[in-house]
Design a protein around this ligand. Structure first.
Ligand code: SF4
Ligand code: SF4
Length: 387
């Protein structure tokens, strides 16, 4: 039987942390639901400011008594390729060496729209040793280059095929569900499944251009329908379904998943788990809170830290809504996402309205575990994880 760290029940003594780094808000595309505005297209964080920021973030983590052992640095945009790639490489190398010296394991990657020259995309792929991901929308015209969705799609697919031509798998992608795209969610998953592409589906959030949020009922339907298309037969990882399934398996076996295996949007210790850096040095708990214009926790370039604000975010876990405290899925859901609650005007300690969808998907997972039995599902998880 395969080694299943998530299912052993052994406490894994690591302290994971994620830093989202947005070096620029500039973008070469024009997408309806983008969370980064096309502002100051020539601007990006300088190497000097980045070094200062990383050093400042490290100093805060020490002061907060967060002794990180495993660090993920996720470089996002805007479009990351609009940072001159020689400068980006120096920035990435600096952070790797900085944390390596502290004995911290660093895994980094970048999110890109792949809209760039063949040489640039290949360089970006090399900087991150192939750990890049992208966004996808195969059915609506919301992702555009200039005014052309077709142009966007053709270039994106061309660049992707150039860097994955020898691989069995396509680049992992995020699919954003809004009022226009949500009807295509199952079909988008089916395409990803055929292409051997791991996919994350997520509701649009309130940042960027004019967007149309989806309702909890719509989210629920999309989550359940994609679950039915994916469960037990797919060869790709579909998130958040995959993580939620693993969590339910843990919880049903009294394996405490609270800390080591928590993920967005199902964690309440976000302040101890992540930080997000903006091009001007502003610091937030995560990229999503930055995009929803939540109150910042400091500015790394100006060496400003707002301990009171960080404390407010940090206390979500102690102040969850009473419904969450009584909920049978609390261990798995952890009260949902703080950003969703803030977006719903329920504040940092509230219950997000997407609770409706989360309850439905947890129930669906439980029903399917009962029908199929754990061993069959665990074997399928092993296969997906060994790819
Ligand atoms: S607030 Fe939501 S998106 Fe941000 S880190 Fe927490 S769970 Fe993730
Ligand atoms: S499913 Fe709803 S009630 Fe239960 S923990 Fe999640 S947000 Fe709270």
């Amino acid at each position: 039987m395969a080694e299943r760290p998530f299912f052993t029940g052994k406490k894994i003594m690591t302290t994971p942390f994620t830093i989202h780094v947005r070096l620029t808000k500039a973008c070469n595309a024009n997408c309806t639901y983008c969370s980064s505005f096309m502002e100051n297209p020539d601007k990006f964080m300088s190497l000097k400011d980045y070094k200062k920021s990383i050093t400042f973030i490290w100093e805060q983590l020490i002061k907060l008594d967060i002794h990180v052992t495993n660090l993920t640095i996720e470089y996002v945009g805007g479009e990351i390729m609009l940072v001159p790639l020689n400068i980006l490489k120096s920035q990435v190398d600096f952070a790797r060496e900085f944390f390596l010296e502290k004995g911290i394991v660093v895994v980094d990657g970048a999110q890109t729209n792949l809209i760039g020259s063949k040489r640039k995309v290949s360089q970006l792929n090399d900087i991150f040793n192939g750990k890049i991901s992208t966004s996808i929308d195969s059915f609506t015209d919301q992702r555009k280059l200039g005014n052309s969705a077709k142009k966007y799609r053709v270039i994106m697919m061309q660049r992707e095929s150039e860097i994955t031509n020898l691989e069995r798998f396509k680049i992992p992608a995020v699919f954003t569900m809004d009022q226009k795209s949500i009807k295509d969610t199952v079909n988008e998953f089916k395409l990803a499944n055929r292409a051997n592409r791991n996919l994350m589906i997520r509701p649009v959030f309130n940042g960027g251009n004019s967007i149309e949020s989806i309702t909890p009922e719509q989210l629920s339907e999309a989550m359940l329908d994609t679950f039915d298309s994916w469960f037990i037969r797919s060869n790709v990882i579909l998130e958040p379904h995959f993580s939620l399934l693993k969590k339910r398996l843990q919880t049903r076996n009294n394996i405490d998943p609270l800390y080591d295996f928590s993920y967005c949007s199902f964690q309440n210790d976000c302040a101890k788990k992540s930080m997000s850096l903006e091009p001007n040095g502003d610091l937030h708990i995560c990229q999503e809170l930055a995009d929803s214009n939540a109150i910042k926790i400091g500015n790394a370039v100006d060496s400003i830290w707002d301990q009171d604000q960080w404390d407010i975010y940090n206390k979500r876990g102690e102040n969850l809504h009473k419904d969450c405290l009584e909920c049978p899925y609390l261990k798995d859901c952890q009260g949902g996402c703080m950003m969703h609650s803030i977006e719903d005007n329920n504040g940092p300690y509230g219950k997000p309205s997407y609770c409706y969808a989360w309850k439905k998907i947890f129930k669906k997972i439980d029903d399917n575990i009962d029908i199929n039995g754990e061993e069959k599902i665990l074997s399928w998880i092993d296969r997906l994880e060994s790819k």
